[in-house]
Structure formats: C-alpha cells, structure tokens
Design a protein. Structure first.
Ligand SMILES: [Zn+2]
Length: 153
C-alpha cells in the first residue's frame, strides 16, 4: 500500500499552527495542530472528546455551516482535522475557527450531544479541560494566516 499524504510530512518540523493538509477536488482538509508532535504533551482524551463536540456544534451552526464537510480529532491527540469546501477562503476559515475556539473557551452549560443516546462514550468528557485547550489554541490562531498555512519543509 502507498503511504498516505499526511504521513509524508515531517512531523518533527511541525509546531502548533493552522495548515492546509490536502486538497481533494473542492474539499480542503485543514490541520488544526494544537500540540507539537512527539513532544510529550497531548490533548487528554476526555478534553479532546468534549472539544470535538463543541467545535462540531459551533462550526455546523456557523454562517458557513453548509460548507463544513467534516470535523474530527486526530488519533495522535495533537489536533483536529476540519474539511471545508474551497468556497471558504483561508481568511474566512481562520475567522471561523477563531470565533469557534473563543466560543468553546467560554462555553458554559451542558456539553452538546453528550447524553447516552447521542454519544458513543457519553461519560468520557472534560469540559474544563476542553475550555483550557480551546483558549490555548486561540492564542496560536492569533498568529495564523494564509502565509503560515503551508506545512514547514
Ligand atoms: Zn461523543
């Protein structure tokens, strides 16, 4: 089997940021890298899960919800992938994410979709952890724009 594109980037050069992972037709996969790979600090599983619920909820209720194809965590727990249509420009996407992460960082109340019938592991959640990670990535996003969206080589 051939190596898939996301395994060919050098993870030793990656630092937290917002990168274009790949483009397939009119779908753009964005790499929301929240942690430096292989550096010993990963998103805790419970916080990652809650942040997934918050981000998916917010992005799918945004003004560009029809152009959001997928939101999901990386198995290595260093970030998320968000797939959007190419009608969402890098500047628009950055703005959407800044808004969504700010919303998540300040979230109060019941975690969306976290009841037993709605979620596959409904007890595995950590809202305060998710909020702290959202706040941390919001700081990263302040320094991200189209000029930083290319993977380092
Ligand atoms: Zn869930």
């Amino acid at each position: 089997m051939k190596k898939i594109a996301s395994f060919t980037i050098n993870h030793d050069l990656l630092t937290p940021g917002l990168y274009i992972s790949r483009i397939d037709g009119d779908c753009v996969t964005w790499d929301l890298r929240m942690k430096t790979p292989n550096a010993g600090d990963y998103l805790e599983q419970k916080a990652l899960h809650t942040l997934e619920h918050l981000l998916a909820t917010r992005l799918r209720n945004s003004s560009r919800s029809d152009e959001v194809v997928y939101v999901g965590p990386m198995g290595c727990r260093t970030g998320f992938y968000v797939v959007v249509r190419d009608s969402v420009s890098p500047a628009d996407l950055t703005g959407l994410l800044r808004e969504a992460f700010a919303w998540a960082a300040a979230f109060e109340g019941e975690i969306p979709g976290a009841t037993r019938p709605e979620c596959g592991n409904y007890l595995e959640h950590d809202l305060s952890g998710a909020k702290a990670e959202a706040a941390a990535y919001l700081e990263v996003l302040k320094h991200c724009d189209e000029s930083t969206a290319k993977y380092p080589e």
